[in-house]
Design a protein around this ligand. Structure first.
Ligand code: ARG
Length: 273
């Protein structure tokens, strides 16, 4: 397994490379811009030719979402990374992974800060207007995590304090479908789980397998309720109009699905500690 670069190393290397180039202030073609705001600019679409020439495929993600993406020994790993490694292999390039806040992913893809976002991202109408999605590759659902023995049920979340990861489908569900007392929005999924353990909220709403991963790591303090709140599917987000890249990814996804590889990748990262 090849080593993956993580955000900081990548961004710092890019910064050094840029500053090392002297006073050339025009960095508009840089894919790993160090700016923190994902401004909407007319950045060039990363074509397959450009990616091959660069020799590197850049994936954007938010890595607190095991088994799809999480940090292990300082590296971003997970089923989405395994899939992205296959994209890179099929294109004959290296993979680089950039970790950032989930709510910045779509703007960052459109601003050219990476070639695509793979982040257990649910396809929905609003997002489909902003990015082009590949074939759907995983079925998921929102689930409720509670403190064991608290008696909270999935059909009566009204009046409770609910924690979510900001700008995710769990956030949208808690905001739109429940009369919550309060919705606590965290930058990471793991922080939402921590809030539940420390009694800052009554429940967390999050995707099924990440919910299991959080409960599995809670020393038996948390449990995931069986009832699902939604039905969702994940896909990879590319810049709007980047049809060639979507098609290339779809070919790889089709191959992986036929080979049963995607289930295998997910299972490989479901290991309980
Ligand atoms: N599936 C949910 C959504 O798309 C949550 C995804 C969160 N992903 C992550 N890598 N943190 O809104």
């Amino acid at each position: 397994m090849k080593k993956l670069a993580v955000l900081l190393a990548a961004v710092m290397a890019m910064t050094l490379a840029l500053t090392g180039c002297g006073s050339n202030s025009n960095n508009s073609s840089s894919v790993a811009s160090t700016g923190s705001s994902a401004s909407e600019t007319s950045s060039p679409t990363p074509t397959i030719d450009a990616i091959k020439e660069r020799g590197k495929l850049i994936m954007l993600t938010e890595a607190t979402f095991a088994p799809f993406e999480y940090i292990e020994n300082g590296e971003v790993v997970g089923a989405d990374v395994d899939i992205a490694q296959e994209f890179a292999k099929d294109l004959g390039v290296e993979l680089e992974v950039v970790d950032m806040n989930f709510d910045l992913l779509i703007d960052s893809v459109n601003a050219g800060k990476g070639d695509f976002a793979a982040a257990g991202m649910t396809v929905d109408e609003e997002r489909s207007k902003q990015v082009d999605f590949t074939t759907k590759y995983v079925k998921s659902a929102q689930h409720v995590i509670i403190k064991k023995g608290s008696g909270v049920t999935a059909d009566n979340l009204d009046g409770l304090v609910i924690a979510v990861q900001e700008s995710t489908s769990g956030d949208f569900y808690a905001t739109d479908e429940i009369n919550a007392k309060e919705v606590l929005r965290f930058k990471s999924a793991v922080e939402a789980g921590t809030a539940l353990k420390s009694g800052k909220c009554d429940a967390v709403i999050i995707d099924e397998l990440p919910a299991k991963a959080i409960a599995d790591k809670s020393n038996g303090e948390l449990e995931v309720l069986e009832d699902k709140l939604t039905d969702e599917e994940y896909a990879i987000a590319c810049k709007k109009g980047n049809t060639d890249l979507v098609e290339a990814f779809n070919k790889t996804l089709e191959r992986l699905m036929n080979e049963g590889k995607i289930d295998e990748f997910v299972q490989n990262h479901m290991v309980v500690e």
